[in-house]
Design a protein around this ligand. Sequence first.
Ligand code: GUN
Ligand code: FE
Length: 425
Amino acid sequence: MANILLKNGEIITMNGNGEQMVGDIYITGDTIKAIGKNLKSHPGDKVIDVTGRVIIPGFIQTHIHLCQTLFRGKGDDMELMDWLRKRIWPLEAAHDGDSIYYSALLGLGELIQSGTTTIVDMETVHHTDYALQGIAASGIRALSGKAMMDKGKEVPLPLQERTSDSIQQSVDLMEKWHGYDSGRIKYAFSPRFVVSCTEDLLKEVKTLSDRYKIHVHTHASENLGEIEIVQRETGMRNVTYLDYLGLANERLILAHCIWLDEEEKRIIRDRKVNVSHCPGSNLKLASGIAEIPHLLDKHISVSLGADGAPCNNNLDMFNEMRLAALIQKPVHGPTAMDAKTVFTMATIGGARALGMEREIGSIEVGKKADLAILNLNDFHIYPSYDVDTISRIVYSATRSDVETTIINGKIVMENKKLKTIDKSL
Ligand code: GUN
Ligand code: FE
């Protein structure tokens, strides 16, 4: 693999103290080897002039459904449970391997084009191997897993599975994909939500997660109707129930977490559970506004995700960051969620949720080279003097401002050709 030297970019990263500088980044193989001024190149290196460009850590989205990209826009009139039963489950039930593969590729193209370099993805019940083939081919870093659904009267027949099949198929996929491409792909057990899972299944997931040190990715406390079902069936609220089963720990990623009581917040904080905040989806499905400033005050791990394309229409992180900031301001005041806070959630916050804060999420020597190069010189984003770059990224940038995406040291997307300095390469 050729080494890459990025020359003279504005480096924006939320490291310990949010270091920012204009300088060079030298990438060897999959790793950032040096950051500094006037770094030297070596024969055979690809040297790219990024003068006037902004280099950021690639975005990390901690809740995505690639299998739903083909259903983009399907939902503007229903809350969660009706939307799942009437729209999404019948569509997921109609998927075959090919449609899952192309749904995944469509989503992956959009994600990479808009600077996302890592995703946590939940597939549907069947054909997950095809989505993982798409993930493998795209070059993205991912945790992914098949949805587990062994309960629910209103689940369409093709999505109903026996507990033992759900477990066995998950384990087969884990054995095939966990650790693929030197760990670029990892498996995540993905019980869809408490509503669709038996206690036997969740207990087995707990055992397997502990045995293999595998993350668990699920939805929780997204909608009041969902919470009512969980309460009726288990006598508990979502997070309390997951904790009772032993699942609440630092390997658990919980999408949404809008309606938490004090006990659930305490569990999430004490057990170091990770919350994936999906503001676009929470608005479109009328689910609610998550109390993110409150969770951050408690030092809870919060990261961001676009969820699926039907409940958002848009998988890009710029959209999620902007919404995450804007929806809190009328509720909690103008300083509640500033641009730096949401940029942190979109980068190093995601790395923390994956237990990978030493490998990804910021631009530091020794970390993986997962980067996005932005051109913020277009008229719509050009700043009046004194507006900091992170604020411009959060409030003005769009996916068309992403020029290049690098994952694991590989250029996976070049939108507009930047000048390669050494023409012999
Ligand atoms: N809860 C269970 N399944 C889903 C899903 O596919 N999308 C969302 N937003 N919530 C869910
Ligand atoms: Fe979801």
